[in-house]
Write a protein that binds this ligand. Structure first.
Ligand code: C5J
Length: 225
């Protein structure tokens, strides 16, 4: 049995496959000026710090031929899947569906809604578009994971306390063994990121595990050898 050195205790990798990388919402809308995150008044440059780490994780999963799932938060052009409560909340002038410098804010298919160039999915990798914060809400993610025999998820992406944490809690409730990669997730608010990491592992791992990407990569190399 190979384990990842993690909090609150070691995370055992499954004996026979069943592990996937889940990359949440690494989109221009959250990482670039003129997108949704910027429209909400955030310093979007903070999120770029995790891009090199995510590239390393992606490269390892690709080299080991392990399944990779990317998500995109976005709405249909007619906003039929965007409840008024979501559209009207926020502190910026631009709201979901309005035209910004990268196209319509948080609308599927617009250039600002796509995944950043550095982390573009390759053919064969799954891209889940989602209208909510959680990747299981109104998507086929759960059935796709079951169909592929996936029981263990390494979770990454942005933002830690919103879409990442919501997805991890949804996955945990559905019985997946979830580990959040500490330096492959980021928030506009450092204190919220730290609180999320603390909440996940509290009470003996009430939501799951956390570990550094270095520990993940070291164990993956052993697991695949
Ligand atoms: C937000 C996300 N923050 N991907 N979305 O609205 O976390």
């Amino acid at each position: 049995m190979v384990s990842i050195s993690a909090q609150p205790y070691d995370y055992e990798l499954p004996a026979h496959g069943g592990l996937a990388l889940l990359i949440i919402d690494m989109q221009r809308d959250f990482l670039e000026e003129g997108g949704f995150g910027d429209a909400l008044g955030n310093d979007v440059t903070r999120l770029r710090a995790i891009v090199p780490t995510l590239k390393e994780l992606l490269a390892a999963f690709r080299a080991y031929k392990l399944p990779i799932f990317h998500t995109i938060e976005g709405h249909q052009p007619d906003l039929s899947d965007c409840p008024p409560s979501k559209r009207h909340r926020g502190r910026g002038e631009l709201k979901i569906g309005d035209v910004g410098p990268m196209g319509r804010i948080l609308v599927l298919g617009e250039s600002g809604n796509g995944i950043i160039p550095e982390l573009q999915p390759l053919p064969g990798e799954t891209v889940i578009t989602k209208p909510g914060k959680g990747a299981f809400y109104n998507t086929h993610l759960e059935s796709l994971l079951h169909e592929q025999g996936i029981t263990h998820l390494l979770i990454t992406g942005v933002t830690t306390e919103v879409c990442v944490q919501t997805t991890m809690r949804e996955a945990n409730d559905r019985g997946f063994e979830c580990l959040l990669v500490e330096d492959a997730t980021e928030s506009y608010f450092p204190a919220f990121k730290q609180s999320t990491l603390d909440m996940i592992v509290a009470q003996g791992g009430i939501v799951g595990w956390t570990a550094s990407a270095a520990n993940v990569l070291q164990s993956l190399a052993k697991w695949k050898s």
